[in-house]
Design a protein around this ligand. Sequence first.
Ligand code: SF4
Ligand code: FES
Length: 239
Amino acid sequence: MNRVITFKIFKYNPLSKYSSPQFVEYKVLETDGMTLFIALNMIRERLDASINFDFVCRAGICGSCAMVVNGKPSLACRTLTQSFPDGIITLMPLPGFKLIKDLSVDTGIWMNEMSRRVESWIHSDHTTDISKVEDRVEPEVAQEVFELDRCIECGICVASCGTKLMRSDFIGAVGINRVARFQIDSLDKRTDEDYYELIGDDNGVFGCMSLLACEDNCPKHLPLQSKIAYMRRKLVKVK
Ligand code: SF4
Ligand code: FES
């Protein structure tokens, strides 16, 4: 027989003077293979049409459904209700980002600012001629760049990060991973001195306290700690 799951969901609309932060309880009959995406849609269709949450791909690709599930930042579309044996699931919005409403946060503003800070584009020493064959990249280098490019900007590493919660300007594992991606890429002609100017301080690579929650929770299993250590080794030699 299917069990009843209890959801305790954070609700708050920061734009309404009538709203105050609270947890609201909902009961849902569990179905086989039920994800939090399915359960939240069921709650919105049958119990509370006002509840806000974000989903786009439902397949762990777009990064929009990240939320705190029983204390752990996770992708809701990839989390099965059956992973919680006691049948009680508490959902909260990701900390560290602007709250839009309920479980919905604006990671886009933060990611855009991070991309601007680390100048997240190839810095070439020549103008690209699209009529010519592309510049050659060694397959091993391309493979490593592709590996780091798998980041879906879900914000889970940022929300999991103790340093980020203490230091609001910390660039986060996602930002340092992004710099490592360009540092490894032979098409980018920036020097380690250039990268030092971007992240060579306590709001960058030297602020990380190596608590490891970024890598523990990253849904794409990116090698965040080894890339932070890699950038640290490179940049500590600069000055
Ligand atoms: S590094 Fe991982 S946890 Fe962080 S934003 Fe990218 S995919 Fe999400
Ligand atoms: S809905 Fe796209 S990652 Fe979950």
